[in-house]
Every structure is written in structure tokens, then in C-alpha cells.
Design a protein. Structure first.
Length: 214
């Protein structure tokens, strides 16, 4: 239940208690409780306090939406002057990948599970050309059974590996420029099969207003 609803319920109960205290014939009880009850009611009715509660509810909702749409970027949401959350993301949350995803590519990969996208760190060579080299086998190399790329002709060899991994499918090269402090607006997922092992990294979601969606 939203915090604002809890506050409204508490306010209603306090008003009911206040009425009961005023109707009772116990001056001592009225003397010790009336002022405290009025102070609590005044706090719960305060517009600034209610605005803070509304913003808190909006932040909780935003956190929930981030769990359903991990590629949300700052331009996808806003908190208006009344404290309400305004979102511009798909109403349908991202569903887990089913067993029939990419069935046309991998007929026997019926048991797929999300995997953490592997990190392939790049370091500079100690030689003067300071060319980048891969320090651990890439996912594509593991799938294709190829050794890691360690030569200075990295771009050409990398392109060959990508084309081999594509198995005849069309390959596009896209350059995205990400400003500092923003998201590219898309998410990826790594897939694996108990029979075939690592199947690759696939695009899971693109936010229409994200950098990748432009």
C-alpha cells in the first residue's frame, strides 16, 4: 500500500479518537491527550508533509519500474510539481525469455537462462604502438572455438570472427555516443544452453527515447 494511503488511514483514525475523547466525561484524559492528538492531526494534514509523502511514493514506484525496465534513462521519467511520477516507458514490463526464443537459430536450446554479460577487459600493450589486445577469451571465440585475438590487426580479425559467428546472417555496425551520466537506452542478455553452452549475447530491449532508439 502506498505511504500516502497509510497516512490517510492514520489521519482518519486519529480524528475518530479525537471525537471519542471529546465526547467522554473524563477531564483528566482530555487534558493529557487532546493537545497531542491535535498536534498529530496537524502534522498529517500539513501540505508540505503530504508532498514529501507523495514524492516518497513516487520514488518507490520509480524503483519498481527500474526493475521492470532496466534501460530507463533520465529523460524517460519526471516528478511533477505535485510530486507525482510521470513515466514514458512501455506499459508492459519486460518478460523473461522463454524456451522458444531463437528456436530457429538453435533448435535444441530449450533450456535457456539469463547470464551475466561477460566482461572482456582491454589493456594497452607494453610496446610503443600501445595497440589494444584482449586479455581473456571472448564469448564469440569460445563459441567458435577460436583463440583470443592478440595481434595488432585487431579490427580485421575481430570482423572475421563476427562474420563467422553470424553464420551468414546480416551484420550491422553501429556507433553510439553516450554523454556522461546517461544511459544508452538498451539492455542485453547472455544466453546459454546445457547442450551447447554459451549461445551469445542478444539485444533484450530498446527504449524508444533512448540514445539507441534515435
Amino acid at each position: 500500500m502506498p505511504l500516502s494511503a497509510d497516512i490517510s488511514t492514520a489521519l482518519h483514525l486519529l480524528e475518530h479518537v479525537q471525537e471519542r475523547v471529546e465526547d467522554c466525561n473524563d477531564p483528566k484524559l482530555q487534558m493529557h491527550t487532546t493537545q497531542d492528538i491535535k498536534s498529530l492531526i496537524s502534522l498529517l494534514e500539513d501540505p508540505v508533509f503530504r508532498s514529501i509523502v507523495t514524492i516518497q511514493d513516487s520514488l518507490i514506484e520509480l524503483n519498481s519500474q527500474l526493475g521492470q525496465h532496466p534501460s530507463i534513462i533520465p529523460g524517460d521519467f519526471d516528478i511533477n510539481i505535485s510530486g507525482q511520477l510521470e513515466l514514458s516507458v512501455p506499459s508492459t514490463p519486460v518478460q523473461p525469455l522463454g524456451s522458444n526464443v531463437y528456436q530457429d537459430l538453435y533448435q535444441d536450446s530449450s533450456e535457456l537462462e539469463d547470464q551475466r554479460v561477460p566482461v572482456v577487459p582491454l589493456v594497452h600493450s607494453s610496446s610503443e604502438d600501445t595497440s589494444a589486445q584482449v586479455t581473456s577469451p571472448s564469448l564469440v571465440s569460445e563459441v567458435m572455438g577460436m583463440p583470443p585475438i592478440t595481434t595488432t590487426t585487431y579490427a580485421k580479425e575481430f570482423k572475421k570472427v563476427i562474420e563467422a559467428a553470424a553464420r551468414g546472417r546480416q551484420v550491422f555496425t553501429v556507433q553510439l555516443y553516450k554523454p556522461e551520466g546517461t544511459s544508452l537506452g538498451f539492455s542485453v542478455v547472455g544466453l546459454r544452453s546445457k547442450d551447447k553452452g554459451e549461445l551469445g549475447i542478444f539485444l533484450q530491449e530498446i527504449q524508444p527515447k533512448g540514445i539507441a532508439g534515435w
